[in-house]
Write a protein that binds this ligand. Structure first.
Ligand code: ZN
Ligand code: ZN
Length: 438
């Protein structure tokens, strides 16, 4: 699959829908910044740009980007997003409001950074009806090319639709030399994708959600690039880091094409989102998205392994309500999400007794999902997080997240199926002991 050919195209897909890739340029080269002025000039008419960075990314590439643009006659308004009390900035309503207050009129916005800076810039640019571009500083998540923003709003992890960037710039030496935990987090977020696709198939088969085979093939075609040589990610071999970075970019493009996070976020992501929300409840810091997602992916693969052994499901009623004591101030928002899922859970429960539906789901999912052993080994070899201690989480805290993660999203996932099949809560202890403890 020649992925470059996808950029800046609109095409009618075999899934029956028209797909648009609004991203026009991806520039991965040592002199990427030199191309900033000419590329941005091809995207917009004016010469006013708002450049958003944090203290670290300003030093890494922000200042240089600004100089190059100013030399080419651009007027650059620079905004440095302040650090949070835990360290680097966070993407939430407070930071967003702060950024919006400082956002000047401009022709285009430029994010210089990774997850948080990219999301904050995308979000404000969208609200100001400005196009945006990004200078990436680490291969750490797949949001660069996504149209979505994933902020925490009033303590709840939310997904907001915005617009994908028109261009992505990256300097290989910067991506390769980014802190190793950022790159390892990128692997954690990437390794999740085939499982996200399996959850997507689950929704397609049980709840008639649209499924696009073309998009899921994009995701699957990327797997060998990061899965086969995890030691090269640890030792920062340039080809391996570039492959990982591409896998992240193109899984983001798959989300943009579909217009939802379905190809890139299933049950394996919920563990990470739940840990983030717990952190907003009790103030205990959480780890990087991709590091937590890697743990969630091992957990999800262990659920699938158990599901694959079931020949004839004996469904149990799904949990009837959320744990409002646990969610405290967030209970109302979490319940809204869970209530929206109830009719779909009922449908799944009913269809589980249809042997044909069950077999078609199992054989489709089997082709997507690797064993927890393979996933854990890949993460471990690459130097990525693969135990709860790695994400600075106690066993008890992880267990709490595991038992509440099905409550936070309106879209059914494999986690809901595990509850309906009685795998959760019963096997949670054993899965944590076997796969996430050492
Ligand atoms: Zn993710
Ligand atoms: Zn399609």
């Amino acid at each position: 699959m020649n992925l470059d050919k996808l950029l800046d195209t609109t095409f009618t897909c075999q899934c029956g829908r028209s797909h648009k890739v609004p991203i026009r340029n991806i520039i991965y080269s040592e002199d990427a910044l030199v191309h900033l002025p000419e590329v941005l000039s091809s995207l917009v008419n004016g010469r006013h740009i708002v450049l958003v960075a944090d203290l670290r990314t300003l030093d890494i590439l922000g200042r240089h980007a600004r100089e190059v643009l100013e030399q080419a006659g651009w007027s650059v308004h620079q905004i440095i997003v302040p650090d949070s009390s835990h360290g680097s900035p966070v993407c939430n309503d407070t930071t967003h409001n702060w950024l919006n207050e400082h956002f000047p009129p401009a022709d285009i916005a430029l994010a210089v950074g990774s997850g948080v800076i990219n999301d904050l810039t995308k979000w404000s640019a969208f609200e100001h009806d400005l196009p945006y571009a990004v200078v990436a500083t680490a291969a750490t998540m797949n949001g660069y090319t996504a149209a979505n923003v994933a902020p925490t709003l009033k303590g709840v992890k939310t997904l907001i639709t915005a617009r994908a960037p028109l261009a992505v710039f990256a300097v290989p030496s910067v991506i390769i030399n980014a802190p190793s935990e950022l790159t390892a987090a990128g692997l954690g977020d990437t390794i999740a994708k085939p499982l996200s696709s399996a959850d997507w198939l689950f929704n397609n088969i049980f709840c008639n959600e649209n499924f696009c085979r073309y998009c899921s093939e994009i995701i699957n075609s990327l797997e060998p690039y990061y899965f086969n040589k995890p030691e090269d990610i640890k030792t920062r071999r340039p080809a391996a880091i570039e492959a990982l970075f591409n896998a992240l970019l193109y899984s983001g493009i798959a989300m943009t094409i579909i217009g939802t996070s379905a190809p890139a976020s299933g049950g394996e992501h919920l563990l990470s989102h739940t840990l983030d929300m717990m952190s907003s409840l009790d103030g205990v810091p959480h780890d990087l998205h991709g590091r937590q997602v890697g743990i969630g992916t091992i957990f999800s693969a262990a659920l699938y392994e158990r599901i694959f052994k079931i020949e004839t499901p004996k469904p149990l009623s799904p949990p009837s309500d959320i744990d409002s004591t646990f969610w405290a101030g967030l209970a109302e928002n979490v319940r809204d999400q869970y209530d929206l899922k109830k009719s779909a859970l009922k449908t799944i429960y009913e269809k589980l007794t249809d042997a044909q539906i069950w077999q078609s789901f199992i054989s489709a999912a089997r082709q997507q999902v690797r064993s927890p052993d393979e996933i854990k080994n890949c993460l471990k070899t690459a130097g990525a997080a693969h135990t709860y201690a790695d994400i600075k989480c106690s066993r008890e805290r992880l267990m709490t997240a595991v038992l509440h993660m099905h409550e936070i999203r309106k879209r059914p996932t494999i986690i809901d199926l595990a509850w309906i099949l009685g795998i959760l809560p019963d096997s949670a202890n054993e899965i944590i002991d076997t796969w996430l403890t050492a």
